[in-house]
Design a protein around this ligand. Structure first.
Ligand SMILES: Cc1cc2nc3c(=O)[nH]c(=O)nc-3n(C[C@H](O)[C@H](O)[C@H](O)COP(=O)(O)O)c2cc1C
Length: 197
């Protein structure tokens, strides 16, 4: 596997940004690079070593399959009348604006004595690892949780095992031009310290 990471951890944390689809180039992402990001995800903390994360990766023409499934899920969510040919076409066009999409779900092993929400949290941590690794190799990303991506039909139609819970739909792409600016308050506004006198 090629190691392409170029940013140190804190720079990747500070510079990771949600990038709109319109700011992405259509340059394909090498599969080696995607595998590197998925490997970073694999190293997230997870209670009981359940490794609960499951990924489905869509590139090239594979993105059309994702678009069709999301269009169907949206129709199930909003009502069949919303699945106009234009709406389906918009979905397909959007899907092709990012070179790679990853559907992420959490699975709790049968008989696990730990609460399933811990597997959801671990999977969210895996996503964050992936997004930071993406930033380190120069890729913009977005974590999406809209109704279509979170719909049970999406899980089932994409072949996730029964019981898998959707955690996020991610897209990735090289950024054409400027990265968007981030916005955050001061950490001190959200922290209380308990110190010995
Ligand atoms: C759990 C989760 C779900 C999200 N879902 C969406 C979404 O459905 N649509 C969207 O536009 N952004 C979504 N985002 C991205 C946030 O809008 C984004 O992180 C926020 O605007 C801060 O920008 P930044 O990521 O550049 O710091 C989601 C982020 C998280 C963590």
């Amino acid at each position: 596997m090629t190691t392409t990471a170029s940013l140190d951890t804190l720079s990747a944390v500070r510079q990771r940004r949600t990038v709109p689809l319109t700011a992405l180039s259509d340059r394909p992402i090498p599969e080696d690079t995607l595998l590197e990001l998925l490997t970073a995800a694999q190293w997230a903390p997870n209670h009981g070593l359940t490794q609960p994360w499951r990924f489905a990766v869509f590139t090239g023409a594979g993105r059309e399959r994702l678009a069709d499934v999301l269009a169907d899920s949206l129709a199930l969510h909003k009502g069949a009348e919303s699945a106009t040919p234009e709406a389906v076409e918009t979905q397909r066009t959007n899907q092709l604006k990012a070179p790679a999409w990853i559907m992420v779900a959490a699975q709790t092993p049968e008989g696990s004595k730990l609460p399933p929400f811990e597997d959801d949290w671990a999977t969210a941590a895996a996503i964050q690892n992936l997004l930071l690794a993406a930033r380190a190799v120069g890729l913009g990303s977005k974590w999406i949780s809209n109704a279509a991506s979170m719909h049970p039909h999406t899980m089932q139609a994409l072949g996730f095992e029964a019981g898998c819970r959707p955690i996020g739909l991610i897209y990735l792409g090289y950024v054409d031009g400027e990265w968007p600016q981030g916005q955050r308050g001061e950490a001190t506004d959200r922290v209380r310290w308990f110190r010995e006198s």
